[in-house]
Design a protein around this ligand. Sequence first.
Ligand SMILES: Nc1ncnc2c1ncn2[C@@H]1O[C@H](COP(=O)(O)OP(=O)(O)OP(=O)(O)O)[C@@H](O)[C@H]1O
Ligand SMILES: [Mg+2]
Length: 396
Amino acid sequence: MSDGASNHQDLNEVIRQHSEALAAQLHSQRESLFPPDASKQMRKFMSGEAAALLGVNDSYLRKLHLDGKGPSPELTPGNRRLYSAHDIQALRELLEKTARKPGDYLPGRREGDHLQIIGVMNFKGGSGKTTTSAHLAQRLALLGYRVLAIDLDPQASLTALHGVQPEFDLEDGGTLYDAIRYDDPEPIRSVIRPTYIPNLDLIPGNLELMEFEHDTPRALSQGNAGLFFFRVREALAQVDEDYDVVVIDCPPQLGFLTMSALSASTGVLVTIHPEMLDVMSMSQFLRMTADLMDVIAESGADMSHDWMRYVLTRYEPSDAPQNRIVAFLRTMYGDTVLNAPMLKSTAISDAGLTKQTLYEVERSAFTRSTYDRAVESLNAVNDEIADLIQKTWGRS
Ligand SMILES: Nc1ncnc2c1ncn2[C@@H]1O[C@H](COP(=O)(O)OP(=O)(O)OP(=O)(O)O)[C@@H](O)[C@H]1O
Ligand SMILES: [Mg+2]
């Protein structure tokens, strides 16, 4: 072919070639980072961290170890005790047996408590939905809740964060789409997979989720969509008993997937990056959401929910314009803005670059103060949400 001919290549061919080249590069990059048989692992926890997660003193944990009770931690050359996430879970189960109050160590549902389904949303791209969802899901799992994380975003960032490569590991389906499609849906259990964190299961996402956006108008026009906005809720009902909390990372648009997640949610978290442009687009997001929910409510759906909260993301306390916006939001929305903001931190974005959450990276990889400040801010956000969950179950 002459040069002239290659200049006239069809756009679809060019894009396909670029896609294939990129996929191959990503694949080889991953092979070098993670050999095919290596899977992601959760780091181990220092005894102090393990004690804090369990809500006991480190000296008590040490005593259990010396008395030979519970799992034996790994000992470092300096004789410090390291606990795996599995050890922590085993300790939870042990401590719960002799707890003063039931649920001191296993904080999940009891008789009569309903499943918490938390939808993390905002149609503004980059407002911190995935970062919020991943840290929330992992923290709740480490605290002993049985958690199911769902990636509802075709971009699949939450999936990649959990060591599943959407382009390679999900060639034959395996996303929530399989369980919510109109045509011959699969049982939701077939798309749930365990993760390397005890108590945390994942339903990954990939581009196939987009099909739901295309199928729904067709199904609606043929009159067989049923109540499309209940597809997610109905699929989750199949595994209601298996979990305490479901965390759904929504895509940055108000499509049928987001509407279906919203209708399933018992708690809604709206992420807000406190900058003027983001807040302006949020106003549209809220209006459109309300309009769409009106339509759904008119068809008889119950729009009641347990709670809705705004969470400030990538917040920089030293930034005066951001502070003005935060003050304005707090005045306007009062208690519906979580007290704890998620601080902007290079520790969080750097961890993201290696497809990890801050809970997965080693503290030694960062300047201590940077790491500690970021972890404290994430814990504060997540623990406030855990409190909301407990309140919903009538405890505090
Ligand atoms: N607290 C933070 N500090 C520093 N960087 C952050 C923080 N939170 C999120 N980021 C970074 O900002 C970017 C966008 O965050 P994230 O992917 O969570 O947003 P999102 O709302 O899920 O985006 P999308 O709409 O594309 O799904 C990511 O690169 C992430 O690493
Ligand atoms: Mg995202």
